[in-house]
Ligand binder design. Structure first.
Ligand code: XMP
Length: 326
């Protein structure tokens, strides 16, 4: 087993040259570790798994099998981007699994946030396991474990951990970015030529939109959430806020309020905007957003997203609130 802690001599990866050197070293190490065997990777499209995929494609090409599970709770355009970047541009061995219906039916009527998380996490493992069993000759499992995962937990991506693969699928691990901090992973990703949209992505929770579509998830509110989130992201990008604000998203609660549409009373859902800054996600402050930008986002959401009649801005820091609503 390799050393789990970062040696004092480890040089922080802050620029393209250092990233290049790191990539060359890792390519060698991975080739040595896996030989001509196959490696499996759950590719969410997040920064860490995308950078691991980029590195491994460089090192072992088609010996890497990426599985992208679309649980139906991803943001607008995300699964398409994974297929475009990894399947088409990088010509990776990519298995795309659209499991949306399966996740949504399991979540039907479930209101408790932690139960929702457990269902999403557990179902994810099951879908991944089913795909792994269909593949022949896999001996290694690649993971986007990064250094804070090792420092904060026992070396697994353990946020709300729901367990792992069954005993008979315990592959040897390949974790090429396990000694890197997030900012270094981004420098490596940039050097690998991954698109900025992937490399500089804001954090996105594993259960995805599932914890932002409050209470029991319904298809209409989930769609409203996905569309309003896409509008928010687009407007943040246009106004230069995207690179400045740590995390920003919309939330759709499970209550309605009265409104007026086309001269008639309506009874529709609200959308809540949340935009926070933090260093370690343990505490957070809210971003002070220019009124005109908020107004534009509000106008667009009200015009473009069906069944929404109110837009609210969440002013609460963490603590007392958490960043997510569930
Ligand atoms: P909270 O809401 O606890 O969130 O203030 C802190 C950070 O953690 C993210 N988060 C999650 N990430 N699975 C994840 O992978 C989860 O279940 C989960 N819940 C919260 C949240 O987006 C924020 O960045």
């Amino acid at each position: 087993m390799e050393c789990n802690l970062r040696p004092e001599s480890f040089e922080r990866i802050t620029n393209s040259n250092l990233a290049k050197k790191f990539i060359d070293e890792q390519v060698e190490l991975v080739r040595k570790q896996v030989g001509d065997k196959k490696v499996l990777l759950a590719l969410s499209g997040g920064v860490d798994s995308s950078v691991v995929a980029g590195l491994l494609i460089k090192a072992i090409g088609k010996q890497l099998v990426c599985v992208h599970v679309n649980h139906g709770l991803l943001r607008k355009g995300e699964p398409e981007q994974v297929v475009e970047v990894f399947g088409k541009q990088l010509n990776a061995n990519l298995v795309y699994v659209d499991a949306s219906e399966r996740f949504l039916s399991k979540l039907n009527g479930v209101t408790d946030p932690e139960t929702k998380r457990k269902i999403i996490g557990g179902e994810f493992i099951r879908v991944f396991e089913e795909e792994a069993r269909k593949l022949e000759g896999i001996e290694f499992l690649a993971q986007g474990t990064i250094y804070p995962d090792i420092l904060e937990s026992d070396g697994v991506k353990a946020h709300h951990n729901v367990g792992g693969l069954p005993e008979d699928l315990q592959f040897e691990l390949v974790e090429p970015v396990r000694l890197l901090y997030k900012d270094e992973v981004r420098v490596v990703g940039k050097e690998l030529g991954l698109p900025d949209e992937m490399v500089f992505r804001q954090p996105f929770p594993g259960p995805g939109l599932g914890v932002r579509c409050l209470g029991a998830i319904t298809r209409d509110r989930l769609e409203a959430l996905r569309e309003s989130d896409a509008i928010l992201r687009e407007e943040f990008k246009n106004s230069g806020l995207a690179g400045k604000v740590w995390q920003y998203f919309t939330v759709v609660p499970d209550f309605k309020s009265t409104g007026v549409r086309d001269g008639k009373r309506s009874f529709d859902w609200p959308v809540i905007i949340r935009a926070v800054n933090t260093v370690d996600a343990m505490s957070a402050t809210i971003e002070t957003i220019d009124w005109a930008i908020l107004q534009k986002i509000t106008d667009r959401i009200l015009k473009e997203v069906p069944m929404i009649n109110r837009v609210l801005y969440d002013m609460t820091p963490k603590p007392p609130a958490t960043i997510e609503w569930e």
